[in-house]
Design a protein around this ligand. Sequence first.
Ligand code: UTP
Length: 404
Amino acid sequence: MLQKTIALLRAMDQTHLIDHIQSLSAEDQAAMAAQIAELDFSVLSAENAAEGRGHFEPLYAAALKNNAENRDIYMKTGLEAIRAGKVGAVMLAGGQGTRLGFDKPKGTLDIGLTRELYIFECLINNLLEVTKAAGTFVPLFIMTSIDNYDDTRSFFEEHDYFGYDSSFVWFFRQEQLPATDPEGRLLLAGPGKIATAPNGNGGWYVSMEKTGILNVIRERGIEWLNVFAMDNVLQRIADPCFIGAVIGSGMTSGAKVVAKAAPDEKVGVICLEDGRPSIVEYYEMTDEMRSRREPDGTLSYNYGVILNYLFRVDKLDETLHVRLPLHRAFKKLRCMNEAGEIVFPDEPNAYKFETLALDMVKLQDNCLAYEVDRSREFAPIKNKSGVDSVDTARALLRENGVIL
Ligand code: UTP
């Protein structure tokens, strides 16, 4: 076994780990060999790397005015689908929140001032508004990383699911991928343990399959999944109007979008790429694309995504076998340094490999871009201070009448 592992490390050009594994006890060597045998090292080759984009064109959105005018009909269709049990919600809560630098699951952060108010609680409160209107709970599937599974689950239990019916909540774990230093060398999390990180938010449907959660979806006859980021405290979950608009449009997916605050705002923008719905990152846009305007004066590439999508389950099933592109993100990762000490760096030190939920949009035949008012639905908490921080989110919550 050891010889096989050493040969593999050599073949992968990870010879710095050979001395390390040889220095371990027989038991620890076996454990490390077993971890190495299980991990997916395809991240080390450029094989699946995200690169090369197609031809971009604008994708027209269902704009705010349209959505306000059709609100009643959208609402009716959406509530009917929820009442018929056809809609489930998937919370992506497996991130490590390294920019925020909070040591526990981000959703357990208390952002209240005069009372306790947790990020997870804000999300459940938003969802409860829908379940009250529908008169039924919406099945809620919470994806965590391997590391934050227990903490997330027990947090919900300790807080009595913030008033949600726990029989409508399922937790599942996403997978991990190895991480490397800037030179492409695998890092160690500790003696005999390769450092890994959650594999990004794009793996959620595959993880639902691997963990058996898709059986719940099938048994319950859920036809639509609303997948969303947990770090936007104004996130509207299972929004009946959004659901109704997508169902009514006959499209197979939908994306909530917000109008850009400025042409150079750093957000991914929904568009068409080679005729399919897609998201172009701000750094992939040319100046011409950034400033192009429609005859009515609006920006042609105007609508930023907020990580709130609606997918049709049968269409997701068709994409289960597709390998999403891997994105490299340079982030902070706790690991063991050469002196054998476990350190959590102040600055990014590791490449993590992630698939992204936004890449799933491109696998859909079409997608309804559904505009929402950013001051009502977009308050992400990403950073310790400045933009998209607890302070900016608190201000937006206050504007929306939430007592802090
Ligand atoms: P981000 O892309 O902001 O990543 O996640 P992050 O790990 O939370 O934070 P940073 O970049 O280290 O500061 C957007 C959403 O996707 C989820 C997050 O929990 C958040 O809801 N996510 C991210 C996952 O569920 N899994 C992942 O592997 C990464």
